[in-house]
Design a protein around this ligand. Sequence first.
Ligand SMILES: Nc1ncnc2c1ncn2[C@@H]1O[C@H](COP(=O)(O)OP(=O)(O)OP(=O)(O)O)[C@@H](O)[C@H]1O
Length: 206
Amino acid sequence: MGMGVTARNFGVRAGDVWLFRELDLDVPAGECLALVGENGSGKSTILRCLYGMQVPLEGTLSVADRQPDELDVEFRRDVAVLFDDSDLFVELTPVQHLELLAGTFGLDLDIGELLRDAGLDERSDVTAGSLSAGQRRRLMLLGATARPFRVLLLDEPERALDAGGKQWLTEVVGRAKDAGAAVVVATHHPPLLEVAESVVDLSGQL
Ligand SMILES: Nc1ncnc2c1ncn2[C@@H]1O[C@H](COP(=O)(O)OP(=O)(O)OP(=O)(O)O)[C@@H](O)[C@H]1O
């Protein structure tokens, strides 16, 4: 199994201070890296760079054997993401979201089973706009993971999830690893560290 994500001599500045510098990351296929650290320490910034939404000031990145570029269709096929500002189609139901996903990726999804697993089976035909914050989050996480990917990038995926939702999230990350994906997750949820092979703490890098 190859490398899912590598970074060499990776550095980003915010204004006139370095958020981090000379950072090396190695996330092999089938493993999870957790990014931890206080608010503003640079976790989301790393994920944005790994998805090619931001270019680092220093260093080289490789994600799914490519230089990150969110505009590259092939790159997006290999890299699944859940970001802070990820959103749903408010007019579409959970079933319709998954039908759309199945169409986009040419998948034969068991939508009923997926929604049951995510705890959304009772809400499968309600528009996303009328779901609760945690239910929306579950659907977004499902959208990111119910499709093939080589790399999974998650920014504080535990946000808005209840205890059962967080447990499910841990299982979802475990399954992604078992399927051979490299996972990078920024998190403030300690139990997720138990499914991570490595942890990078960005606190005090300044
Ligand atoms: N577009 C931007 N322009 C300038 N500075 C930015 C930009 N985005 C983020 N920053 C700054 O970079 C720093 C790191 O932000 P980042 O969102 O990566 O932190 P984080 O570790 O994800 O924090 P949190 O735990 O609060 O989500 C912050 O001080 C933030 O103000």
